[in-house]
Design a protein around this ligand. Structure first.
Ligand code: HEC
Ligand code: HEC
Ligand code: HEC
Length: 355
């Protein structure tokens, strides 16, 4: 061995031994109350910013001004982020006493590009307690959160409340139903904006199957996972029953594209034999008596076109998941084109639901 190497190796061994002794002695402060040393805080922050920037070099953000996305993002913020990051004015009290401190978001949003916010919200931040999105299979929910975060700095307390709570939902006594009603309304008719699926009048068996699938992570939705994961199956059944008994109200529609609806109607009734797509109404109805063929098929009448489009798109990408019956649907739609999806969605949205 070269002479000059010996002292270096000896020095490194001593340093390692000293480190091990300090660690074993328990002298390193791991308490949150003492905060990070400035050098540790700098290294962690610098690495986080570099990592976020590098991983988003090729990512492009979609259109983020859609009111429905903002409403969904806001709803999720209220139940999944506010407990740490706080409301419009300040961070939550626990955030002042953690290491690192939990930032109040409105003042820092402008420091990030939308793609960077997407990265942070989807994957979380190691060593900080900032969690990843509860369901990693799909990106549309995370983009909705980014759409909301970009609006967050412009909101005051009143406009925030209006965005996250359906009118009257705060007054509901049943705890769980109150939490569902902020987004779905007590009557399951959503917010009348098309941001949320209609639950009113839906087959109870389908609703219950869906809630169980969300809770088990077999149907992928970060938002629906956090609200169902801790609930007992009896409660899920009760909620499904409640919503199935409500009266379905039609959406307030912005525009009606009659030729698209007619084309959608033709596809839904006849199927598309050359693409091996079966007739939708054969399963989903409405048949002559207005019913679906089995109680585990969802009734699609009056469901927002935007929601149907998202679900069909997820089915095509193999990311919808669902109940044990979902493979019937995967087989039924795997070759649909974007235009066919749009027409089918507008057709089902246009159908009147007779309670
Ligand atoms: C358990 C507490 C906790 C929850 C829940 C949480 N966060 Fe965080 N979040 C943190 C912490 C801690 C940091 C600081 C990370 C750091 O210092 O690098 C953070 C950082 C962030 C940042 C980066 C801000 C900045 O400039 O450092 C964004 C954006 C963010 N969170 C958004 C969200 C959203 C959106 C949600 C809900 C989906 C959420 N967080 C849920 C704890 C939490
Ligand atoms: C923060 C808003 C929010 C809250 C709170 C919420 N939901 Fe949802 N819910 C959604 C969104 C968004 C979807 C669509 C998810 C998807 O794409 O799969 C959804 C989907 C559903 C579906 C599936 C509908 C269908 O046609 O397949 C059911 C059932 C449901 N929610 C019931 C509930 C119940 C019961 C609660 C309370 C325990 C609840 N939701 C709380 C936003 C919410
Ligand atoms: C063989 C029966 C069958 C056929 C044919 C079928 N579906 Fe389905 N579909 C299902 C089942 C079963 C589900 C529920 C999956 C679950 O439980 O998660 C479903 C779910 C859906 C959903 C999700 C609803 C929601 O609220 O989330 C949409 C949208 C849908 N189907 C549209 C269509 C369209 C459009 C067609 C025709 C192109 C079609 N389906 C053909 C059986 C079928």
């Amino acid at each position: 061995m070269k002479n000059w190497l010996r002292p270096i190796i000896l020095f490194l061994i001593s340093l390692g031994t000293l480190g091990a002794v300090v660690m074993i002695s328990g002298l390193i402060p791991i308490s949150a109350s003492s905060g990070h040393w400035p050098i540790t805080a700098w290294i962690l922050e610098f690495s986080m910013k570099r990592s976020v920037s590098t991983y988003t070099l090729t990512k492009e953000s979609p259109h983020l001004e859609d009111q429905r996305m903002i409403q969904r993002g806001a709803g999720h913020y209220e139940i999944g982020c506010k407990q740490c990051h706080g409301g419009v004015e300040k961070t939550n009290i626990i955030g002042l006493h953690t290491t690192p401190k939990i930032p109040h978001l409105p003042p820092v949003i402008k420091e990030w590009k939308p793609e960077e916010l997407f990265r942070i919200v989807k994957h979380g931040v190691k060593f900080t307690g900032m969690p990843a999105w509860p369901s990693l299979q799909r990106d549309d929910e995370v983009w909705s959160m980014v759409a909301f975060l970009l609006q967050f700095p412009k909101l005051d307390w009143k406009s925030y409340q209006k965005l996250v709570h359906a009118p009257g939902s705060e007054k509901i006594e049943h705890d769980v139903l109150r939490s569902c009603s902020h987004c779905h309304g007590l009557d399951g008719n959503g917010r009348q904006t098309g941001a949320f699926p209609l639950l009113s009048g839906q087959n109870a068996e389908y609703l219950e199957n869906s809630l169980k699938a969300y809770a088990k992570g077999e149907r992928h939705s970060g938002t629906m996972k956090i609200v169902t994961y801790n609930l007992e199956s009896e409660m899920l059944k009760e909620l499904a029953l409640h919503y199935s008994k409500q009266k379905r109200r039609p959406l307030v529609k912005q525009s009606v594209d009659q030729s698209a609806i007619e084309e959608g109607s033709r596809l839904a009734k006849m199927g598309i034999p050359e693409q091996h797509v079966a007739s939708c109404i054969g399963c989903h109805g409405p048949d002559e008596s207005g019913l679906t063929r089995k109680p585990y098929f969802p009734d699609l009448r009056g469901q927002p076109a935007d929601y149907i489009t998202t679900q069909l798109d997820l089915f095509l990408k193999g990311k919808r998941g669902g109940s044990e019956h979902v493979q019937l649907m995967h087989k039924a739609v795997h070759t649909l084109t974007e235009l066919q999806i749009k027409n089918l969605a507008l057709y089902f949205e246009s159908l009147e639901f007779k309670n």
